[in-house]
Design a protein around this ligand. Structure first.
Ligand code: ADP
Ligand code: MG
Length: 504
């Protein structure tokens, strides 16, 4: 490997993690405003961002301190999340943070010590974990210039917990360095297991950002960097096991697939806790994003294309030492697609995925009793005609679901000034939390597909998307588009002369 390659790799990882301090990404729907800037990262007395913010922090053992700055610096504390949880405030007009003041509330003893503290004696007691720590230390010495890191204690507004927040210099990502190719397992996408365990035990949970059918997702902090921690409920341990297995056996690093960091299983008060730690994306899921955001056609295309790139990478088998088996997702939906800060999508939740490799003709279906989300089930799943022994069948069901995700995107796209509210697929045909029978009646017996908005015909790109949806929804599964065809068609649409504005 050339000398510069690890640094370049690191930079790319940092960019993927959204940790580099570049200019804010500007999109047509964002207006930059000036803010008062008084924090250690400020380059001047003002900064530009999407919003201004005031954060109350206290250096370890020191007095509380108010820091002012731009949303972009503190966005993990603000974006689309319940802001009352942390002691901070965001506002949205120029210099609105100048005279704003926050006061420290009385903090009670935290109900639970941060995991890093409570687990430390155990970690040190374990010879194996100690070895991992030594390994980490050695890696640290080898990889990083030593930089002084400031330790902050951040108090929650409700006084229910206090967490240690270590701020690192912008762009100085320990996670990025750790995930650099030199210290990954080689076979899978992850770190060696002992390092994964060590990282997991150093994560402090900050705020719950989502609840799914089978668990919760938290924003956590690892050495000052935000990470997402999915905590699986014990009845969904097979999803944790499957996702852990896939990330650790398959090389799955791709811009449009959620980046894996670590997996961990701990025993706590006689119950088992299952964690999956991944990159954190502050916009949340595509479902969350579409609730808040209407889209210009070029942003709709960008979201669709990046999601299609992720799906095509999952579906394709790559041969050779750096290869991967073909993977079908089986629970594709807008809640399982995340929106990154560069407004590209990445695909998450591999708990139900199946793998296939042509050479050995081995189909690995896993052992998960969970089924996909009923609303997104293809007709052949609902009428139980799917050929479960044929890998292609699973890819075809992903394409059906992808068409539904495209439909959700297009409803939120503005054409000639017209846009619709967010709705889930089949909102007008089935009740909330539809049963298998509800879905079967609509999709198999009545053969309904979602209504494609008429206005799409007025835009060359969106009429392309409309046609694509129809071809994802053929009742005959093998007649549907492939993920590769979808990706290529979207690339063509984005390069077409009528649409010169798409930002890649
Ligand atoms: P479901 O897919 O059933 O909604 P999940 O447990 O997978 O449940 O996720 C719950 C929610 O947590 C998501 O809809 C999303 O809002 C949020 N979320 C999940 N993963 C991340 C992540 N890596 N970064 C930020 N938010 C996330
Ligand atoms: Mg999910």
């Amino acid at each position: 490997m050339a000398l510069g390659a690890p640094r370049r790799g690191l930079l790319m990882l940092l960019m993927a993690l959204g940790l580099t301090q570049g200019d804010p990404v500007r999109t047509s729907w964002e207006q930059l405003i000036n803010c008062t800037c008084e924090n250690p990262h400020c380059r001047g007395p003002t900064c530009q961002g999407v919003w201004c913010t005031v954060v109350l922090l206290r250096q370890e053992g020191g007095p509380p301190e108010q820091l002012r700055g731009c949303g972009r610096l503190h966005e993990e504390l603000c974006w689309g999340r319940p802001t009352e949880f942390l002691h901070h405030h965001c506002c949205y007009s120029s210099f609105c943070n100048q005279n704003m003041s926050l006061e420290l509330q009385v903090t009670r003893t935290p109900p639970e010590e941060p995991r890093v503290d409570s687990q430390l004696p155990l970690v040190l007691g374990s010879v194996l974990t100690l070895l991992a720590l030594l390994g980490l230390g050695a890696l640290g010495l080898w990889h990083f210039r030593k930089r002084e890191k400031k330790h902050w204690v951040l108090h929650s507004e409700l006084g229910e917990s206090s967490i240690i927040l270590k701020t690192s210099e912008q762009g100085d990502s320990m996670l990025g360095d750790l995930l650099d190719s030199d210290c990954t397992t080689g076979s899978g996408s992850g770190l060696p297991f002992l390092v994964q365990r060590t990282v997991a035990r150093q994560v402090a949970l900050v705020e719950c950002v989502g609840k799914g059918r089978y668990g919760e997702v938290w924003r956590g902090l690892w050495h000052g960097e935000s990470v997402a921690v999915k905590i699986f409920s014990s009845r969904d341990e097979q999803s944790w096991f499957r996702e852990t297995e896939i990330y650790n056996t398959v090389l799955l690093r791709h811009d449009n697939i959620l980046g894996f960091i670590a997996s961990d299983m701990t025993s706590r008060n006689s119950s088992t806790q299952l964690w999956l730690i991944t990159h954190y994306h502050e916009h949340g899921s595509l479902y969350d994003f579409l609730q808040r955001q209407t889209l210009e056609p070029q942003l709709a295309l960008k979201l669709a294309m990046s999601a299609a790139c992720g799906l095509a990478h999952l579906h394709v088998e790559i041969f050779g030492t750096q290869g991967k088996p073909a993977i079908a997702h089986r629970d594709l939906k807008s809640r399982n697609v995340l929106v990154k800060s560069n407004l590209q999508c990445c695909i998450a939740d591999l708990g139900l995925a199946v793998m296939h490799s042509q050479g050995s003709d081995y189909l690995d279906i896993g052992n998960n009793p969970r089924v996909g989300t009923k609303r997104y089930m293809a007709p052949e799943v609902l009428d139980e005609q799917i050929r479960t022994d044929c890998f292609e069948s699973y890819k075809w069901t992903d394409i059906w679901a992808f068409g539904l995700v495209l439909w959700e995107i297009t409803r939120r796209t503005i054409v000639n000034g017209i846009v619709e509210d967010y709705r889930p697929p089949f909102y007008d045909a089935v009740p909330n939390d539809p049963s298998f029978e509800d879905m079967k009646k609509v999709v198999c017996i009545d053969q309904q597909t979602p209504t494609i908005p008429n206005r799409l015909a007025a835009d060359p790109v969106l009429s392309g998307l409309a046609q694509m949806m129809r071809e994802c929804w053929y009742p005959n599964p093998s007649a549907r588009l492939t993920a590769l065809r979808i990706k290529k068609t979207l690339q063509k649409l984005s390069n077409s002369p009528e649409n010169p504005k798409v930002i890649h």
